[in-house]
Design a protein around this ligand. Structure first.
Ligand code: SF4
Length: 362
């Protein structure tokens, strides 16, 4: 497969994307009493199983609340794994999407890693299958392979570095200073953003996040006119035209931090709206406004909520805890290789004295 300009001239279609509306409609509705009973049971099971719940910012407020109230953790993917690594529990329950469970397993091989569902995917991961990615890498042996955390264990195993959005710019700057050319995968928008900021020689894989891809620059411009005093916070997985309108471009944790520290009373936010739970906690006096997408009525892709994240529910969390199903396994040879590229990132972050492990990524 050849490349044109600095982006691969092919992309892997991600088909059969579930609709967020259908996913949420299929989740059982509970009365307040039933919901309380479920939560009580989940808390008891966590204790009984010597398990700790780590939840991503994009999961439901219920799951984030349970994690917080039971000594678990709510954060981004790598920080979730780091927390699991430091926690004494023998079982980690990861509420998020599959690559997050795999990352937890890569870093915590001795622990049992469970997920509420194994069907929760990620379009970046699905759009970067290891066979095609390996072939692409083989065609560019002169490039250092840097992959975003939103990839499978196999793709991480093929990479030189795993990276998170919070230190991606610094790592690529560092590689550029060393005279290295980079092959970046899978998110083209984040890759383009890093390329613009660093000026490094980057060859991009042609993948994107179906959720962030839907933020619309023209509608965002109109919204900014409507709220001229609002700060615009954008995740760098969003299209370039949307990033160009941002006051702050940052990872999930950086967006939450900006909500806390910026003086603006109104914040327009372009990332999955699951993050609003933590943002509102961090900045209770601020008004949070959703950045516009293709339209709520269009498809699940246009509602600023990841369909796969939406698959995590109280019911499947309890079921997983009770049955021990949905355990994550990673082939040991793959895990060891994936650990090397992940460890390089951790070491690089440490060398920067960067708070990457406390201040997030994807
Ligand atoms: S929001 Fe996008 S990047 Fe995050 S899990 Fe969903 S598809 Fe993947």
């Amino acid at each position: 497969m050849a490349s044109r300009s600095n982006i691969a001239d092919f992309s892997i279609p991600v088909t059969d994307v579930p609709r967020t509306a259908s996913i949420t409609a299929a989740i059982p509705r509970h009365s307040p009493a039933e919901r309380r009973a479920l939560i009580t049971e989940i808390k008891a099971e966590l204790k009984r199983q010597d398990a700790v719940l780590v939840a991503h910012y994009y999961t439901s407020a219920d799951l984030q609340e349970i994690a917080e109230e039971t000594g678990g953790y709510v954060s981004d993917s790598l920080d979730m794994a780091r927390f699991g690594n430091e926690h004494a529990a023998s079982t980690l329950v990861v509420a998020g999407v599959r690559f997050m469970g795999e990352t937890a397993k890569i870093l915590n091989p001795e622990k049992r890693v469970l997920m509420p569902t194994l069907e929760a995917e990620c379009s970046l991961d699905l759009g970067c299958p290891v066979k095609e990615f390996s072939e692409f890498c083989d065609q560019h042996p002169d490039r250092t392979i840097v992959v975003y955390a939103n990839t499978s264990a196999e793709v991480k195993a093929r990479a030189d570095y795993v990276v998170t959005s919070s230190i991606a710019v610094k790592l690529i700057e560092h590689l550029d200073e060393e005279g290295k050319k980079v092959l970046w995968a899978p998110d083209k928008h984040l890759g383009r953003y890093i390329e613009r900021v660093t000026g490094a020689d980057i060859l991009l894989w042609n993948g994107s996040c179906i959720v962030h891809d839907e933020f619309k620059s023209r509608a965002l411009g109109n919204l900014i006119e409507q709220y001229p005093d609002a700060a615009v916070l954008v995740h760098p997985e969003s299209p370039e035209e949307v990033i160009n309108l941002a006051d702050v471009v940052g990872s999930t944790t950086q967006i939450i931090k900006a909500a806390q520290t910026l003086p603006n009373k109104q914040l327009i936010v372009a990332t999955d709206k699951g993050i609003f739970y933590k943002m509102q906690q961090a900045a209770p006096d601020k008004e949070i406004i959703e950045a516009p997408t293709g339209g709520v009525g269009a498809t699940c892709r246009s509602c600023a909520h990841c369909p796969w994240m939406a698959m995590n529910s109280l019911d499947n969390l309890l079921s997983t805890l009770k049955t021990g199903k949905n355990e994550i396994h990673v082939d040991e040879a793959i895990r060891i290789k994936a650990l090397q590229s992940t460890q390089r990132m951790l070491d690089f972050a440490r060398s920067l004295d960067s708070p990457v492990l406390k201040h997030g990524n994807a």
